[in-house]
Structure formats: C-alpha cells, structure tokens
Ligand binder design. Structure first.
Ligand SMILES: [Zn+2]
Length: 492
C-alpha cells in the first residue's frame, strides 16, 4: 500500500514537473510571438505568392543548410513538388499546405517558421528542443498550378483533397507516396476557408478552425484520432490568449476522398487547420502570424508530450464553424420597393475578382440577403433604425475634371448625394477602379434605385434627407468622418 502510494506520488510529481516544464516552454513560444517580425519572411508580402517565389526561398534555406529539399513529383504543368526535411528528432511530423491553390496562409507561415529555425537568438533553447525532438517533413504549396492561377483545383480541374482514394492527380500521388514512405506519427493538413464563417452563432469570426478528421462513418475515436484532438486542444488553449473566442471546430463527417480522413485511418494523427477571416485582415497577414504561433505551440507540445494532459471532453466546448457572417450587415433600414416602404435587414458580401496576373484582388460588393436574420452578424454592422436607403446620383463632368478631383473633393460630392461620375466627353472604363471613391458610369441614369438580391451594393443611407453613410461597392463610408480609403469602386 505504502509502496503504491509513494509510486503514485512520484508519478504525480513527475507529471507536475513535466507540466511546469511545458509551461515554461510555452511562455517561450509567447516570446517568439512577440519577436515574430524578426522571422516574418519579407519576400512574401501578400497571399498571392507563386511557385517561383517558393522555389527561390527553398533554395535559400537549402543553401544555408537549414533543410534538405527533394523533389517528390511534379504538378500537371511540370512545377516541382518539394519535400523539405529538418530536425533530427525521433518523432516524425508531416505538414503540407495549399493543396487548394487559393489557400496560401499557412504556406506563408511555414516560411516564417523556417526563418525562426534558422535564426540565432535568445530562442535557441526552443529551436533545439523542437529540432532535437522532431523530424519535420514539409510539403509547402502542394498545388503550385492552382496557386499560379489562384484557383482551388489542380490543372486537371480535380480537387486534390477529394483525390485521396483514386489518386488521379500527380500532386495527390506525391503526397500519398511520401506519407507511406516516411510514416509520420502526426500530420498537419493546412488550408484556408471562407472569411464568412463564425465561431459559433455570434459575431466572433472563425479565424482558425480545426478538425481531427474521422476515419470511419460512425466517427469512432481511437488513439490516433485522440492524439490529433489533444493537439488541437493544446493549440486552442494558446490561441485563446491571442484571439479569444475566434477559434472554431469543423464538421467531422467522414469523407474517404479527403487526405486527412484517409491518413487518420492509416495511423497518422492528422489535424486540419483552416485559416478563416479576421477583421481588417483581407490579406490574412495577422492570420499568418497566428499559424506561426499555433504550429510552434504544437511542435513544443509534441516535443514534450504535454498534449497528453488535455481532456478530450474539452473538444466539445470549442464552438462549431458556421457560415453566418456578412461583410456588412445593415439592420432595420427603411427601403422603398414596389411602391411599399418597409424596414428590414440587408446583408452584403464582397466577392473577389482576380487581377489578370493573379497577383492581386479587387472586390465586388453585392446584396446577398434582404429580410429577417437570426444569429447572423457582419464584419461591419450599421444600426439603421433611423436611416433610409436612397439611390446615389450621377455627376456629369469632363474627364479632365474627374482626373483632377482630390479624395476629399470626391467625398464632398458623396456627401452631396453623388455616387457616380459620367464623363461628358468620352467613354469611361468598366471594371474595378482603384484609388477612387466615386464610381464611373456610362449610363444616363442610375439603374440601382433600390435594394435587390444580387445587385451591386451602391447606395446611400440618409437621415432626414441627408446622407450619413455611403455604401460604395459594398464598403461602408461614415460620411461624418474624413475617411477616403475604399479598396476599389467600379466602372459601369
Ligand atoms: Zn482547402
């Protein structure tokens, strides 16, 4: 009895010591977060990085000796798929990013992590711990053809993450044969999701969403899936200190076509991370930093096996991902339509328009919802109980006069009720228009007279006949303020 008590006491003390040790290292991860700007890869300025950028960065890190790079296959269009290796530890961890070409947030973070591992500063203990305990295998940008044209699917127009079973795509085959060859203990499947997901039915964005995919239809739990779930709980705990309430969990319906579900069944504890949205972060640069932080936390936890202390029941407490956000939600606005004046809510969503070189994005704001909404929110919300939706007017002027307008002069015209300019001496261009506030039109009259589903969100909100907000291409301008930056308006 005494023997078993003292044994239990020793075990307890050991656990407490391990937990305490873990906490010290997780604090170190927090310091690395504070120093993130040192490691942020400066070549990657936005989310539209291409395979050629990636190849030169890999070359830099291979030349420095940080990692070993091997080509494990080629995309449909002959772009290399690269397997990067670093670390000398015993636990094999496989990470792959951007199997959907237009989902690059984690790819950016992986290159920040390489810079972190390459640096020589007060975080050397952290580096030593991770690289001494883990053998990291990384495939960044699994779908380089998709990235080139900023599209989800590969050049066979097949979704690589629905190809785990048929393996028709060379990209999917490369990933599957690598996983079979190295047989990692843990896998990270790194994606992006729509920015319109909320974490639960509230106004918290689902900034990062997680899933420990099921490996069968009944969604059974085994040791493999349990480890993935515990690692999610570890990352969630850390992330709550940075973005409280903004972490969600993904639907766990089994889909044998997906790599995560298949790998889980192959004995690889697989974690899906989906980068979603965050207020005023359309380029996802803050979410990139959160990826860096989440992965560092996971690496430390794997190195120290602290994740085993996580209680599986806590997974239920993570709110579900729900598509319940608009870019703009205008509540209780008075609208006149079909001869009837009524108050309702109006939801706006901005879709993305790729530039011809697939290197940047313009936005097209449209009305997606009219009517009652419940547990639905907006990145921007306007309580419009005292406001009326009115159409904007068209200002006639010569092209040279339009060119000479300053942003504040444009704002003054909007305050006077104008949303469009029509040139009197020529045809104006159509499509996205950057660095301007007023739209251009070649029409004689404004066709946007009221709010209709699918219609461009270009109108004014007035109080007692005076415009107080402008909605320009789905962006809200508070006309009581001298704010003049709208990413783009439109030419019609
Ligand atoms: Zn994806």
């Amino acid at each position: 009895m005494i023997r078993s008590t003292s044994f239990l006491l020793c075990a307890l003390l050991l656990t407490m010591f391990q937990v305490a040790l873990g906490q010290v290292n997780l604090k170190n991860v927090d310091l690395a977060w504070d120093h993130y700007d040192r490691y942020r890869e400066p070549i990657i300025q936005n989310r539209f990085l291409k395979h050629s950028d990636l190849v030169s960065l890999i070359k830099k890190h291979a030349t420095s000796g940080l990692l070993i790079s091997k080509e494990i296959g080629q995309s449909v269009n002959g772009r290399s798929i690269n397997h990067l290796m670093l670390g000398t530890g015993k636990t094999k961890v496989l990470l792959w990013s951007q199997m959907h070409g237009d989902e690059s947030t984690a790819t950016m973070a992986l290159f920040d992590l390489f810079n972190f591992f390459h640096a020589d500063d007060e975080h050397n203990d952290l580096r030593k711990l991770i690289l001494g305990s883990l053998e990291l295998h990384i495939v960044p940008m699994l779908n380089p053809d998709g990235a080139q044209q900023w599209k989800r699917r590969n050049d066979l127009e097949i979704d690589i993450n629905r190809d785990a079973r048929m393996l028709v795509t060379p990209e999917g085959r490369a990933l599957m044969s690598l996983a079979k060859k190295i047989q990692p203990v843990i896998g990270f499947n790194l994606h992006d999701q729509s920015t319109l997901y909320a974490a639960g039915r509230n106004d918290n964005t689902a900034t990062l969403s997680f899933l420990a995919p099921a490996y069968d239809y009944p969604k059974s739990m085994n040791e493999v899936r349990k480890r993935a779930t515990q690692l999610i709980l570890t990352m969630n705990e850390a992330l709550q200190t940075k973005v409280p309430g903004k972490i969600a969990k993904y639907d766990d319906a089994f889909d044998p076509r997906c790599f995560g579900d298949t790998f889980q069944g192959m004995g690889i504890s697989t974690i899906l991370i989906e980068s979603g949205g965050f207020y005023a972060d359309p380029e996802k640069q803050y979410i990139r930093k959160l990826n860096f932080y989440a992965l560092l936390n996971a690496f430390v936890s794997i190195a120290e096996k602290t994740y085993v202390n996580q209680n599986l029941a806590d997974y239920e407490k993570i709110p579900e991902n729900s598509r319940s956000l608009f870019d703009v939600l205008i509540k209780n606005v008075s609208i006149s339509k079909e001869g009837i004046q009524f108050r309702t809510n109006l939801g706006i969503v901005r879709s993305q328009i790729k530039s011809p070189d697939y290197g940047s994005m313009s936005y097209n704001g449209r009305i997606e919802e009219l009517g009652d909404v419940e547990l639905t929110h907006g990145y921007d919300e306007i309580e419009a109980s005292s406001l009326t939706l009115i159409p904007g007017n068209i200002k006639l002027m010569r092209k040279s006069e339009w060119e000479a307008l300053s942003p504040l002069q444009e704002l003054e015209l909007i305050r006077a009720g104008y949303l469009f300019v029509k040139w009197t001496d020529g045809t104006s261009p159509s499509g996205p228009l950057k660095a301007r506030l007023l739209n251009l039109t070649n029409r004689e009259t404004n066709t946007i007279q009221t709010a209709s589903i699918g219609q461009q969100a270009q109108f004014l909100l007035s109080r007692d006949g005076k415009p107080v907000y402008a909605v320009l291409n789905g962006y809200v301008l508070d006309l009581t303020k001298d704010v003049t930056d709208v990413p783009n308006v439109f030419g019609y």
